[in-house]
Design a binder for this molecule. Structure first.
Ligand SMILES: Nc1ncnc2c1ncn2[C@@H]1O[C@H](COP(=O)(O)OP(=O)(O)O)[C@@H](O)[C@H]1O
Ligand SMILES: [Mg+2]
Length: 389
């Protein structure tokens, strides 16, 4: 019995020991686990700390890089601006230089032009000095264009005629290389719009002005080569004028006005007396009237009489009906046609009115200083049958 008790107690002791051992082991395990937990916590904390530091570092690095980039952009911008400014300045300078050069070139060109003009005028003046007298007094035929006028057939011949007006260094061409022939006894109308050069052309043909280039042969005289005083003589002896504004002397009566024309002229080929002329133009009753006592149409007829008294080779009229009403205008045109028939005169009228042109034998159409067309009018219209407007 005792043995059994002792055995039990031993067993109990053993169990207890085992239990205690197990407990101790568990405790140790727990402790270890705890330690492990603590360690991992610490590690985690440390890791966190580290990553935060890293992040901070990164952020600061990024900020720095951003700032640097911004600085770089600003610097580039500044550089670009500077470059652009420099470029603009360069462009401006080049532009200014080009402008200056252009101005200089223009000036040079003008100077050259002026010299050329001077040279041409000098050449013409030399030729005029050489030939003017020979042409007027000895009736020498001298051409600048190597042409020969057919004097017996044509009363007027123009070869390559130009006229320009010079103001300063600038030369403006008005008549541009015109050539034409007008037969003796023809009734010619120069037709063209205002500003086309009709008056200028008429002035060249009638010796009121001188061509810049080419030959203007009238009755064999080359007017391009006549000096001023010889042109005046030529006009006095050869041509008659009818102006738009009549140009009568106001302190002389009609007959005296006509006598002025007659006195200036050669009388050897005179066909009619002054009285006869006044009869022919239906003005016999008005011979003693002064210009202010007559109508426009009557005054214009006196101016025609004055031109006729000279017995001119050519009769010129620059818009002679321009200031007249239809009835008196037609009357003046009819009288001019009668004169052409009876005197066998050559008549050259300038007009801008195409209806008036219909009465002519020849219509010279002028445009921009050039001849557009020369029309031979086979059936001239009676002045009383044309429409006026
Ligand atoms: N003395 C002058 N100086 C400069 N230009 C002129 C002169 N006379 C006329 N012109 C010019 O010549 C051109 C022709 O004029 P003009 O012969 O009077 O024409 P139209 O008689 O056909 O109206 C016009 O442009 C006119 O301004
Ligand atoms: Mg005119």
């Amino acid at each position: 019995m005792n043995k059994k008790i002792s055995k039990d107690s031993n067993q109990k002791k053993l169990d207890l020991k085992a239990k205690k051992l197990a407990q101790k082991k568990q405790l140790q395990k727990d402790k270890l686990a705890k330690k492990q937990l603590k360690k991992s916590k610490k590690e985690k904390l440390q890791k966190n700390k580290l990553s935060k530091a890293n992040e901070k570092n990164l952020k600061s690095k990024q900020l720095k890089a951003k700032k640097l980039a911004q600085k770089k952009v600003a610097r580039n911008k500044k550089l670009e601006l500077k470059k652009n400014k420099l470029l603009a300045l360069k462009k401006l300078r080049a532009k200014k230089l080009a402008k200056k050069q252009l101005k200089r070139d223009k000036k040079l060109e003008l100077k050259k032009n002026k010299l050329l003009i001077k040279k041409r005028i000098k050449q013409q003046n030399n030729l005029i000095a050489k030939y003017s007298k020979k042409i007027l007094k000895s009736r020498k035929i001298i051409s600048l264009t190597n042409n020969k006028p057919s004097i017996n057939e044509n009363i007027i011949e123009l070869f390559n005629v130009s006229k320009s007006y010079i103001s300063g260094e600038v030369e403006t061409p008005i008549i541009k290389n015109i050539s034409l022939k007008i037969k003796k006894g023809n009734f010619v109308v120069v037709l063209g719009p205002s500003g086309s050069g009709k008056t200028t052309l008429l002035n060249l043909i009638s010796g009121l002005d001188r061509a810049s280039n080419g030959d203007v042969f009238v009755n064999g005289y080359n007017l391009t080569l006549l000096k001023d005083s010889h042109l005046t003589t030529f006009r006095r002896l050869n041509v008659g004028f009818i102006f738009q504004q009549y140009n009568l002397l106001t302190n002389l009566n009609a007959k005296e006005n006509v006598e002025v024309g007659e006195n200036l002229a050669q009388k050897k080929h005179q066909k009619w007396t002054i009285e006869k002329i006044f009869e022919k133009i239906d003005m016999a009753e008005q011979m003693n009237k002064y210009p202010h006592q007559m109508s426009g149409g009557q005054q214009q007829r006196v101016s025609i009489a004055r031109a006729l008294a000279k017995n001119p080779i050519v009769l010129f009229g620059d818009e002679p009906t321009g200031a007249l009403d239809e009835k008196t205008g037609k009357k003046v045109l009819s009288i001019l046609l009668n004169i052409q028939k009876e005197f066998e005169s050559t008549i050259i009228l300038v007009t801008h009115n195409p209806n008036i042109a219909k009465i002519a034998d020849v219509i010279i159409k002028v445009h921009d200083g050039k001849i557009e067309e020369i029309v031979q009018n086979e059936h001239p219209t009676d002045p009383n049958l044309i429409s006026w407007q």
